[in-house]
Design a binder for this molecule. Structure first.
Ligand code: PEP
Ligand code: MG
Length: 660
């Protein structure tokens, strides 16, 4: 017996709705299957159901076979068509930063470099300074015994395995019962609990044990197989479930081995957490309020630990590579999340210096929160938009929390770098729409793909280049690959229906790049129109990052709706000083008169043409430079969420002083 329907579950059958659906299905004796695109899976396995990747508004068929098939069909179809009916709070989909943060996969950073003795340098991933006792967190790798079981051992091994699974479920239930758990953390743990309770992992492990594999090896193999399936789905939320499967597998193995996990639960107040990497399960349970700072071998500015650290205001230095192991025996550590410096067992003078900086930062933070809701205006009434630079949906909450008046730069690279394949139009449209909705009515400026020979991504062949920063990157690559570019433009046109989306092009050096983009945008809009897909026009702007763009700014200003000055690249190109090369770091200075003149020329051209001039390079958040930029005519400054309140205070101060 079967029936088809259109799924009305918001965002489809991902974790919590899948669990709810499975719970319903398990209430019936009948065998029940969900069929999508000819593929059928059991409706009683949330893992299998999630892997089917059923999206909102897709058609599925429910097949039931058994004594209560009619009732089962009615209940399950009823849920898919009207998912809110009869839900209690516990069944609501969990949302929130912590849960969503699991969607981020760590971007491997270049190994750290050693500075002076006792001082290391990694990636500055979350701003702020910290000093405190070192807390080394290096959980041992778990390896299977690699032993074939004798036939008479198998039944006992299965019992041992089942007992371990029950113990892990019970531990998760106890954690879920704690009132102190935040909604986000509850979401993470509930998702793990679902996987532990699902027979995809346990069933596969039991199958392997029956074949003679020891329980630990069986769990490791089963977890890897299921994780690979999650990684293969074109959905960043589901990709993150791979991490969850490994986390659950690890917990089961630890029980089997009779080992305690190295937990972060007992991290002392203000300690500096030192790890090679920090997994989702550890992170979800970590007492983040007690952590003074984070130092990791893995990760970069866009990895999930960086995102969580930034949103909780925890200074972090990541990507130290193998050098992180030198910190295993440290007793005290100081770190600077602005410069990436890590000092092992600092001397007295350094201790005093860091302690003073930590205290000053805390005082400043306390005074800044009042600016969260301020709309900074100049004495003449002009509003200066203080917006956020973000690179993923996980950062939305921190940006809103800081008081961001929209997004001035959404770096779309992370979306492309997280996957083993290029993101689909649907996935991109969903991401951009979620962003637009979160900040509406404020604008969200999405930058089209800015990737080049220095940061390759799966799915695009990059040539070997002598000078990747002067090569095939940003708008150049996009215009040469209209298949990739049009997919992004179509997604942006679709997302523009949901809020105030604006689009800007990186690395523009010639006016033809804007004109060619406009032709492609018009083509995409006509295609969507013909297909009957809802879409809306967006404002198109350019980043001013090349000397060429500065010099043709008056002409460019006639063709676009806004400028956004990318001082990071503009500085390196004006000064001919590689932004990644520490040897020429002195030249890579935005305050050099050459760069400041370029900014002023750009502002003048934009103001004369009556278009908005903003800035999204790092300099936009510098309180010492903000008054200068504002006086040049910039009306939008976009920066890391952590800098927003200070920037609002700076602009408000200008009005109070009557200097603007
Ligand atoms: C810039 O170049 O200033 C900028 C904002 O872009 P990115 O740092 O991503 O190159
Ligand atoms: Mg740039």
């Amino acid at each position: 017996m079967e029936r088809s329907t259109i799924v009305r579950v918001h965002e489809g059958l991902h974790a919590r709705p899948a669990t709810r659906f499975v719970k319903l299905a398990k209430g019936f004796e009948s065998d029940v299957e969900v069929v999508k695109d000819g593929k059928a899976v059991s409706a009683k396995s949330s893992v299998k159901l999630m892997l089917l990747a059923v999206k909102e508004n897709q058609e599925v068929t429910i097949r039931a076979n058994g004594a209560d098939a009619i009732e089962a069909l009615e209940a399950l179809i009823g849920y898919l068509e009207n998912p809110k009916a009869g839900l209690d709070d516990e069944d609501q989909p969990a949302t929130g930063t912590a849960q969503e943060a699991m969607a981020a996969s760590a971007v491997q950073a270049a190994p750290g470099v050693a500075d002076a003795a006792g001082s290391l340098r990694g990636v500055a991933a979350s701003e702020g300074v910290a000093i405190g006792p070192a807390f080394a967190h290096f959980p041992p790798e778990i390896a299977g015994q690699g032993r074939m079981l004798q036939a008479d051992e198998i039944a006992g091994e299965i019992d041992r395995f089942r007992a371990a699974v029950s113990a892990v479920q019970a531990r998760m239930d106890r954690t879920l019962a704690q009132d102190s758990l935040s909604a986000g953390d509850r979401g993470i743990i509930a998702a793990l609990r679902d996987i532990a309770a699902d027979d995809s992992l346990t069933g596969e492990a039991e199958r392997l044990i029956k074949g003679g594999t020891d329980a630990v090896s069986a769990v490791i193999t089963a977890a890897s197989t299921i994780a690979a399936d999650f990684n293969a789905v074109d959905d960043h939320y589901l990709n993150a479930r791979a991490d969850d499967v490994h986390a659950v597998g690890r917990q089961i193995c630890l029980v089997l081995l009779g080992q305690d996990d190295v937990s972060l639960e007992h991290i002392p107040e203000g300690a500096i957490l030192i790890a090679d990497d920090i997994g989702a399960w550890d992170l979800a349970r970590a007492p983040l309020k007690r952590i003074g700072g984070v130092i990791c071998g893995h990760g970069g500015a866009t990895s999930h630990i960086a995102i969580i650290a930034r949103s909780h205001g925890i200074p972090a230095v990541l990507g130290l590579g193998q050098q992180v192991h030198a910190l295993r025996t440290a007793s005290q550590v100081a770190l600077d999340g602005n410069s990436g410096q890590v000092i092992v067992d600092p001397d007295e003078a350094t201790r005093v210096d860091f302690a003073g900086r930590v205290e000053a930062a805390a005082k400043e933070r306390a005074g800044l929160t009042a600016f969260k809701t301020v709309t900074p205006k100049l004495a003449n009434g002009t509003v200066i938009e203080i917006a956020a630079n973000i690179g993923s949906l996980e950062e939305i909450e921190a940006a809103l929390e800081a008081g961001a008046m929209g997004v001035g730069l959404f770096r779309t690279e992370l979306l492309f770098m997280r996957h083993m394949h290029l993101p689909s139009e649907d996935m991109q449209a969903e991401t951009y729409a979620a962003l637009a909705k979160a900040f509406a009515p404020h604008p969200v400026i999405v930058r089209t793909l800015d990737i080049g020979g220095d940061k390759p991504i799966a799915g695009i062949e990059f040539p070997d280049e002598e000078n990747p920063f002067l090569g095939w990157r940003g708008i150049r690559m996009c215009l040469d690959r209209p298949d990739i570019f049009k997919r992004q433009l179509r997604a942006l046109l679709r997302a523009a229906v949901h809020g105030n989306i604006k689009v800007m092009l990186p690395m523009v050096a010639d006016i033809s790049e804007v004109r060619q983009t406009r032709v492609l945008v018009a083509e995409c809009a006509a295609e969507l129109q013909a297909e009957g897909v809802a879409h809306a026009a967006f404002d198109l702007g350019v980043m001013i990052e090349t000397p060429a763009a500065v010099l043709i700014a008056p002409a460019l200003a006639k063709e676009v709706s806004f400028f956004s000055i990318g001082t990071n690249d503009l500085t390196q190109y004006i000064m001919a000083a590689d932004r990644l090369n520490p040897t020429v770091a002195k030249l890579n200075d935005v305050t050099n008169p050459a760069v400041m003149s370029a900014i002023e020329l750009t502002a003048r051209a934009g103001v004369a043409a009556g278009i908005m001039v903003g800035m999204c390079g790092e300099a936009a958040g510098r309180p010492d430079l903000i008054p200068i930029f504002v006086k040049m005519g910039l009306t939008e400054l976009s920066m890391s969420p952590a800098s927003i309140q200070r920037a609002k205070k700076t602009v408000a101060g200008m009005a109070a002083e009557g200097s603007a």
